[in-house]
Design a protein around this ligand. Structure first.
Ligand code: AMP
Ligand code: MG
Length: 424
């Protein structure tokens, strides 16, 4: 277990140094117990689920030797030289195999995917032949054995097709279908409760007065969870009082994980850490990143607890960096290491030494056709626009100082590039 002996006595003090991100991530991921419960569901519903049991093929794929070309099948020993001729005795189409077997000097017309009958060991592509009536001249012989896909070449009967823990992508659905699997055992989805904290927060479908703000984080969190295919349970907005938090924590404790936003700093209205210490256990508090320093990780009843900071960009960055890998593991999957690229920055970067920085940025292609990175102009941790218009982070290590334009920096893409950003 990760809990240090004094974890339940945890009190934030100036000595609790913010933890380096890599250490925090490793510690969190290690503390997660993957869900083992499975459910059987139809294959067509299994996209983006995690396979709960390995799938072993009952069959060979392909099931029989078959042609990879439209052409003619024959025995290579029957052809001594280019220009030799054979007698065409029939045809084999996909789904309609040739019923007989071939004798000396004979060939059949054969189509892609059609079964190769006994007596055929080679297929010549149609373009390299000349047919007239029942006679076929082979103008250019392929090597013996060419253009035949062997039975079991793709998947052999008895082989593991996909291992437990595999996150199912479209190609995986196709491969499972190719071995005749119509139902799969997948891991139950984690149930993740989430709520936001703050007396200033108002629902998004009503008016706001000066000093109030719309509760945007709760909707952002719901979307981040939905993107992971998780079942998010929305526990609403909780006020800035220990009593209100106690009630919410009690409700949240039965889920697999709890994600909260706000109230986890050292302000006069920040009680999340205190109540977590009372009702659960604090594992650690504060991570040495910007944005996103005040973050609490711990246990609350049955649930792993992630108390994220309330500044909207901090909420999103800490979710991506720390909560996402934890939930992937909880879901029975394997958190992927972030992809990191070294690219030149197109603008100067401001940085004071101390914390690892995650600047929001965009990947761009320069006029010279090279990939580069351009920081978003406004980097405030409350400026959600910086996150919304970004597709990557520029990651600057803790000791780093200002970086002039043109220098190479580490870039971590966090959004897939299939859906581009509208220009401007
Ligand atoms: P806190 O982490 O509670 O100290 O909040 C830090 C900043 O984030 C404050 O300006 C809050 O008003 C803002 N904030 C906190 N929660 C939310 C939320 N759910 N949606 C939008 N902004 C928030
Ligand atoms: Mg607050």
């Amino acid at each position: 277990m990760l809990q240090s002996p004094d974890a339940s006595d945890f009190r934030p003090t100036p000595d609790n140094k913010p933890m380096p991100l890599a250490e925090a991530r490793a510690r969190i991921v290690e503390a997660i117990t993957p869900i083992r419960d499975c459910e059987r569901i139809p294959l067509h519903a299994a996209l983006h689920r995690v396979l709960g049991e390995s799938v072993v093929s009952r069959i060979n794929v392909p099931g029989a030797d078959n042609s990879s070309m439209d052409g003619y099948g024959y025995a290579a020993a029957d052809i001594a030289a280019d220009g030799d001729a054979l007698e065409i005795v029939g045809e084999s189409l996909a789904g309609h195999p040739y019923a007989g077997s071939l004798g000396a000097g004979q060939c059949i017309r054969i189509m892609t995917g059609a079964v190769v009958p006994p007596g055929v060991d080679t297929v010549v592509m149609q373009e390299n032949t000349q047919a007239s009536g029942a006679q076929l001249v082979i103008e250019q012989r392929p090597k013996a054995g060419s253009n035949i896909r062997l039975a079991g070449e793709d998947i052999a009967a008895g082989a593991t097709v996909l291992a437990a823990g595999c996150y199912l992508r479209p190609a995986d659905i196709a491969i499972l279908a190719s071995v005749g699997v119509s139902e799969v055992a997948v891991v139950r989805r984690p149930r993740v409760a989430f709520f936001s904290t703050g007396d200033e927060l108002r629902p998004i479908d009503g008016p706001i007065e000066p000093g109030e703000i719309y509760d945007s984080n709760r909707h952002g969190l719901a979307a981040l969870l939905a993107e992971l295919g998780m079942q998010g349970i929305d526990l609403g907005v909780v006020g800035d009082s220990p009593e209100a938090l106690r009630g919410a924590f009690e409700q949240a404790a039965e889920y697999d994980a709890v994600v909260t936003s706000g109230g986890v700093s050292v302000g006069a209205a920040d009680f999340v850490l205190d109540v977590l210490g009372e009702q659960g256990e604090v594992d650690f508090w504060r991570v040495a990143i910007k944005p996103g320093k005040p973050l609490a990780f711990g246990t609350l009843g049955n649930a792993r607890f992630f108390g994220l900071p309330g500044n909207p960009v901090s909420t999103a960055v800490t979710f991506i960096q720390l909560v996402r890998p934890a939930l992937v593991r909880m879901a029975g999957g394997h958190p992927a290491l972030p992809i990191r690229l070294d690219l030149p920055t197109l603008a100067d970067l401001r940085k004071s030494p101390g914390r690892e920085n995650f600047l929001r940025a965009r990947l761009v292609t320069t006029d010279a056709g090279r990939l580069a990175v351009e920081p978003i102009d406004h980097q405030g941790s409350g400026v959600m626009r910086s996150m919304s218009s970004a597709d990557c982070f520029i990651v600057l290590p803790a000791p780093q100082q200002d970086v002039p334009a043109g220098e190479m920096v580490t870039v971590e893409p966090f959004a897939q590039t299939l859906w581009g950003h509208p220009a401007g």
